[in-house]
Design a binder for this molecule. Structure first.
Ligand code: ADP
Ligand code: MG
Length: 703
């Protein structure tokens, strides 16, 4: 016999064919199980019956009263036509008001009878009103299955129009529960429940919908979050287990000519302590015999590229090729230029491959890669195309990882028979909780130290009205020989309209900073690569003092002489994006400034974001805050890690505690039974499979 929770929702009392279709289309609810796992997002306390006399004002959102009907009246006309029931409970009188469904209410209400009434209180001319209250007879109330705390459920406009609002969904839940409660299967082994003091699944599901107390609700939430996070952790950790038990990682035992020549003769400055530490970590990984999967986090300007270069040279020293994939052509060009410059004279051959590489050159690169003549390939997405083949790819660097999808990553992995070592670099500090979940299978290195001599960037927020003052400041800085970025938001890359701001802004800038005294260049994603490069070049050389740009310069532009970053319509950027942009200045020894421009009217969220930018320059702090403001759904979007996890209740930004509990439980379980093969672990196998996401599928493409 099938499992009760797999049964079609349409057979549930109160659903039927049409509503079933709506529920599936709007909320993805198809089975009884889907409905049961549609949890409330908040609760209304109906445990208390209020006395009319106690309700002094309309500050309460909901009240429940037990009242007797003393009279009726029709009032108003036309659209204002309404039906009023006057009620009392001995402590005062109130009026229940209906604008719609009047005849139905009229039929049901009986003078002199008692009802339980539930709704929003409001005062009109000193009289307590409840408009469109929920109402049932005291007898109905007593006989109905319900709890004193009522869940509020997510719904949609379409559903609400089909009488499937939150209350109706609560009603369905009341119908559902008696049908399934005796047949629910526990998802965790008895032992684990006991060890961890978890609430059994049946009780958790009951209490999440019909909490018997605050404490029980908290335990129910913990248990259900635990299930989700355990499912994810089991997947991640078993993947890790199989990776680290395979002994097919490439070995880079020798530190040879390339590395040494560069390190001792070319390196223009000593490595920071943090850079040294990370290089050591990579060295250890690459002699371990296991494939490396390492995430390198480091704030903008912390010197990640150099670490990557050293690792790539190590690969070359051991007869392997390396490649580095970056998100934009501009960045690829820059990395190529700076890496080529740095390795000049060491014998290392570097090539650049992007979407705009000419066919002839492409062919030459393809040959060089196959023969092994090219040691390091730097480029964009173009790298993952099937036509790009290496002789012996041993090391892959992915810069600014959140811009690439996991599928793209996996395709890079697959460019050698054995998977190459992988170093993923990001300047978007990913809060620990999220990193553990999204990158559980990656080891994490952190560069937590900036190169010496950097001064923190001073950040200020100005309203548009103060533009003249800002221009004056820019003029002073340029007078000192400095350079300035002015950045405009680009909401959708495809929309032309967004460029209008930039064009208008450019016109304004040129008017205030007229040539030939001042040179201003424009750079944005829609330009021809050659034009873009030309503009970038003028700025890099210092010929241009001002660069007007879209957020394409968010990653990678490196001009130490630039000291001012003006961000226009700053309220339209996300926090981590603002932080990235700010990282473009403060790269030299001089004091740098970030000026956030915004309109006068700001939403509470925007105010918080801009305030946070002014208050702190700590990328991790900002990322945590971003996560709180936007929620992890968005963060996942930014990270493009996919709609990998279908979390119903766990919140990656808030549930650190549950996450570590789930993590340690998963570790213990897998220690004893790495393949989850033992019969007693069958429920865990099922749980893991339920949360086996596309992300993990990608990882498994490696093997
Ligand atoms: P990230 O990619 O982490 O944002 P980069 O690798 O672009 O940072 O480095 C930022 C700047 O710092 C570059 O100009 C780089 O040459 C310089 N840099 C890197 N490491 C050091 C160091 N140890 N000492 C001084 N400058 C450094
Ligand atoms: Mg970088």
């Amino acid at each position: 016999m099938g499992y009760i929770l797999d049964n079609d929702i349409k057979f549930l009392t109160g659903v039927g064919e049409k509503r079933a279709q709506l529920l599936a289309g709007e909320l993805g609810i198809r089975t009884l199980g889907d409905l049961l796992y549609h949890f409330p997002f908040r609760y209304i306390d109906r445990s208390r019956i209020w006395r009319i006399g106690e309700i002094a004002d309309d500050s309460m959102t909901y009240v429940q009263m037990k009242v007797r009907v003393t009279g009726f009246r029709h009032a108003g006309a036309g659209a204002k036509k309404r039906f009023v029931a006057v009620v009392t409970d001995g402590s005062g009188t109130a009026e229940l008001v209906w604008f719609k469904g009047i005849s139905w209410v009229e039929k049901r209400l009986e003078q002199g009878r008692e009802y339980i009434v539930f709704g929003r209180p409001a005062y009109f001319n000193g009289v307590l009103n409840v408009v469109h209250p929920e109402m049932e007879s005291v007898l109905e109330y007593k006989n109905r299955f319900h709890s004193s705390v009522q869940g509020v459920y997510a719904t949609t406009e379409k559903l609400a129009n089909a009488q499937l609002g939150s209350k109706a969904i609560y009603g369905l839940m009341c119908n559902l529960w008696p049908k399934v409660e005796g047949l629910l299967r526990e998802t965790l082994p008895e032992e684990l429940i006991r060890e961890r003091g978890l609430m059994p699944l049946r009780d958790a599901l009951y209490n999440i919908h019909f909490p018997t107390s605050q404490q029980a609700l908290r335990e129910a939430e913990f248990r259900l979050k635990f299930d989700e996070l355990l499912g994810i952790q089991l997947n991640i950790l078993s993947e890790r287990h199989s990776r680290t038990t395979r002994n097919d990682g490439f070995l880079f035992p020798s530190v040879g000519r390339f590395f040494n020549t560069f390190y001792h003769e070319k390196l223009p400055f000593p490595l920071t302590g943090a850079q040294k530490r990370v290089v050591r970590e990579i060295r250890q990984d690459t002699v371990s015999g296991h494939q490396m999967n390492r995430l390198l986090q480091g704030d903008v300007g912390s010197g990640k590229t150099l670490v990557a270069l050293l690792a790539m040279l190590l690969a070359c020293d051991n007869g392997f090729q390396a490649c580095m994939m970056v998100p934009t052509e501009i960045l690829a060009g820059q990395h190529f230029a700076s890496v080529s410059r740095m390795v000049e004279g060491t014998g290392v051959r570097v090539a650049l491959l992007t979407g705009s590489t000419k066919k002839k050159e492409r062919t030459a690169i393809a040959e060089g890669l196959l023969s092994g003549e090219i040691h390091i390939l730097i480029g964009t997405h173009a790298l993952i195309e099937d036509s790009v083949r290496f002789r012996n790819l041993g090391f892959v660097v992915i810069d600014e990882q959140h811009r690439f999808g996991v599928v793209q990553r996996a395709r890079l992995w697959a460019k050698n028979e054995h998977p190459p070592h992988v170093l993923v670099m990001t300047a978007t500090p990913i809060p620990r909780t999220l990193a553990m979940t999204l990158y559980g299978d990656l080891d994490v290195s952190v560069i937590d130290e900036l190169p010496p001599g950097r001064k923190p960037v001073r950040t200020v927020h100005y309203r548009d009205a103060h533009r003249l003052r800002v221009f004056g400041f820019i003029r002073d800085e340029i007078e000192k020989g400095r350079q300035v970025y002015v950045v405009y938001p680009l909401i959708k890359e495809s929309e032309k309209a967004d460029y209008k701001d930039l064009e208008d802004g450019y016109a304004g800038i040129v008017q205030a900073f007229p040539p030939p005294r001042y040179v201003t260049v424009v750079v944005h994603g829609k330009m021809k690569p050659a034009d873009k490069e030309y503009g970038m070049d003028l700025f890099k050389k210092g010929t241009a003092q001002i660069m007007v740009a879209t957020s394409v310069i968010e990653v990678g532009v490196d001009v130490p002489n630039a000291t001012v970053m003006v961000i226009e319509s700053a309220e339209r950027f996300g926090l981590s994006q603002l932080h990235q942009l700010r990282g473009r200045v403060g790269r030299g020894g001089a004091q740098s400034y970030c000026i956030l421009m915004s309109g006068d009217k700001l939403s509470a969220d925007s105010r918080k974001r801009l305030g946070a930018m002014v208050a702190t320059s700590d990328g991790f702090e900002l990322a945590e805050m971003d996560l709180r403001l936007r929620g992890p759904g968005d963060m996942k979007g930014t990270l493009q890690s996919g709609s990998a996890f279908d979390l119903k209740i766990a919140n990656l930004s808030k549930d650190a505690q549950v996450l570590s509990a789930a993590r340690s439980a998963a570790e213990r379980i897998l220690e004893r039974d790495p393949g989850l093969a033992e019969p007693r672990n069958r429920p865990l196998r099922e749980l893991a499979d339920k949360y086996a996401s596309s992300k993990e599928t990608d990882f498994s493409m490696i093997s």
